[in-house]
Design a protein around this ligand. Sequence first.
Ligand code: SAH
Length: 361
Amino acid sequence: MDPLNEGDLFILKNASAEALGLFYFGRQNRGIGYKVSDDLEVKLTQSYFTALMEQAHKERESLYRASHTNAFRIYNGEGDGLGGFTVDNYNGHLLIQWYSKGIYRYQQEVLTALKAVFNYETIYEKLRFDREVPTHLLTDKPAEFPLIIQENNLFYTIHFEEGPMTGIFLDQRDVRNKILALPLEEGTMLNLFAYSGGFSVAAAKNGMSTTSVDIAKRSLELIEQNFGLNELPLDDHFRYTLDVFDMFKYCSRKKLSYDLIVIDPPSFSRSKKRRFSVKSNYHELIEGAVPLVKANGYLLLSTNASDYSLNAFKKMIETTLKEQRRDFEFVEVMGLPKDFKTTNSYKASKYLKVVLIKFLD
Ligand code: SAH
């Protein structure tokens, strides 16, 4: 049995019995809790959580004022002072995600603080520490799903009640903006692991013809909804329910090639045929994609694996591309947008790494 209960505070000491700070106990996929403070006297009271939310609100003022974007993260766990939970704003509908039972012990305090500090229509929560990922409404009247959010003048449909994903990955906002601005009007784009087609919508708005590939059938409907919402006719935008490795074979058989290929896999994936992990197999995705990139085309490579450093990721990309014998340059390295605030004292908080490559032949 654990000597501590979920949510209990404790002081961690090093081998010389010096205090390293005050922590709370909460088992989750990454570790067993978070640091609360260097101050050993801090209590997780109502006023503690209200001050935490006020500070988070203050730091995102420019996003609240933005007229073209109404969905973003309003509280980002350890980056905003206390890890274990996050809060997102989807056009006035707030979604809290709890990552341990320990932090969930403070649900009432967090909810009261949110209600006091933020404008909202509804508040929902997802229990990410529970395998079933239950979703609950915490205010009186439910929202009408799908919600529609706006991001940089693009629109996306949002669902809260289907597992851990909501219809968009808010952390990829800067990357969608980048795709929107690439000098590839009239070009072609292949979006692997497309999910709801967030990157495809951005490419299509930029004038590209897009091809979206996802192994999940559900993806087709989500992509069609998002294209419809943005008044993009589907004639020039293709959708496939396929394993990406089968798509590689299909493309080489049909001699298809693209000006931009986006690769954004989950950290782990298991299909009937194979098991995939970003850390051991990412290079196979690059090897499959490189022959399909047109002369002077782009590869956009993304990973959210928190245990894969940017340096290791870049090194793997460089080694793999060199073996492919094509001339290339690194154009840009991107990461989390600023509302996904991170902290230098916890490297894993900077989990998103996105590298844009341009071929020179
Ligand atoms: N790039 C997306 C998010 C991807 S989420 C975005 O920015 O919105 C990961 C997606 O990969 C899921 O939709 C999942 O169904 C899909 N997926 C997992 N394994 C796959 C495989 N082997 N081939 C194709 N798609 C896969």
